[in-house]
Design a protein around this ligand. Structure first.
Ligand code: GLU
Length: 304
């Protein structure tokens, strides 16, 4: 029997003892003010007791982690036709790289880089009656938590400085892969990225990916095939140009965000969410990556 409480406490103590060489993201000004001292972990086990350590109760900006949730919603609305507008290959490039998109004629490499997520946002705007409200309601429903919200200050801050995302959206538009106005699509995208959750809420929102498409409220949102596909995309594309390293070190599907969050899961077993805002040079949480590596090593539980 694994003593999960002890495992989490050990990881937390061990990592607090090392120097956090990560840096807090500053290209979105509102994120720059977050204290690097935060470090939280939450282990959400399917039908078993949950465990936590550190600042797991503090909410943070989930940023790119939201791309998995928007993909799930879009996939459940439009099905496999989504793959006519984007691919499922890892990019090996940073999340906001533009030249690849131009070379590949406006078809994003995958839904978890910015270009792909912007196309997903376009699909949701076309499909949802009140896109921002409906998407928020969807996330709240998944996590069974009505207190989850957008942080308007973060959304506004990113809107003011998100030049590369504007460039990406206009490039997509020029290739005919964006149906709605750029401003409307990006307003949705910036809000989606500005969702705030703590580690527990994040693990709850991702519960369905470890629980065969069935969310915290026991409602089925995705088919088994859709869950398999989304988990595969997280494994191959979830960590910017460090997805190979994450699979190598940790061995779980997951997704990180520049707010310092990481969520990873072992199907049918658990969801593990970490938050530490200092990012390594590839944009992944420095302590979070190590926490996950230590967790799968200490417990011996990964998809491999
Ligand atoms: N909103 C951020 C951007 O588009 C998300 C980046 C991330 O977390 O990877 O730049």
């Amino acid at each position: 029997m694994i003593d999960y409480k002890q495992v989490l406490e050990d990881i937390h103590t061990e990592l607090l003892g090392i120097e956090d060489t990560g840096e807090v993201a500053s290209y979105i000004p509102e994120l720059a003010s977050v204290s690097q001292d935060n470090f939280g972990i939450y282990l959400n086990r399917i039908n078993e007791e949950n465990y936590c350590a550190g600042n797991w109760k503090t909410r943070f900006s989930v940023q790119s982690i939201s791309k998995v949730l928007s993909l799930a919603k879009a996939l459940s609305l439009v099905g496999t036709s989504i793959w006519n507008r984007m691919d499922v290959e890892p990019s090996g490039d940073p999340f906001n790289h533009l030249s690849l998109l131009e070379m590949e004629e406006g078809i994003p490499r995958n839904p978890l880089i910015n270009a792909g997520a912007i196309v997903v946002a376009d699909i949701l705007i076309s499909e949802l009656k009140n896109p921002k409200e409906d998407f928020l309601a969807y996330v709240r429903g998944l996590a069974n938590d009505a207190t989850i919200n957008y942080n308007e200050r973060v959304a506004t801050s990113e809107k003011a400085t998100g030049f590369k995302n504007y460039a990406t959206a206009y490039l997509l538009k020029s290739f005919g892969n964006l149906n709605n106005p750029v401003d409307q699509v990006l307003d949705f995208y910036f809000h989606q990225c500005a969702l705030e959750m703590n580690c527990e809420q994040l693990s709850n929102a991702f519960y369905l990916f470890a629980n065969r498409g069935i969310c915290m409220r026991n409602k089925a949102h995705l088919t088994l095939t859709q869950v398999k596909r989304i988990n595969a995309i997280m494994l191959t594309c979830g960590f910017y140009d460090e997805a190979g390293e994450f699979a190598f070190e940790v061995g779980l599907p997951g997704k990180s965000g520049v707010g310092g969050g990481i969520v990873a899961l072992l199907p049918n077993e658990y969801i593990l969410a970490t938050w530490a805002p200092g990012l390594n040079p590839k944009g992944n949480s420095y302590l979070g990556m190590q926490a996950l590596e230590r967790f799968t090593t200490k417990t011996g539980a990964s998809i491999f």
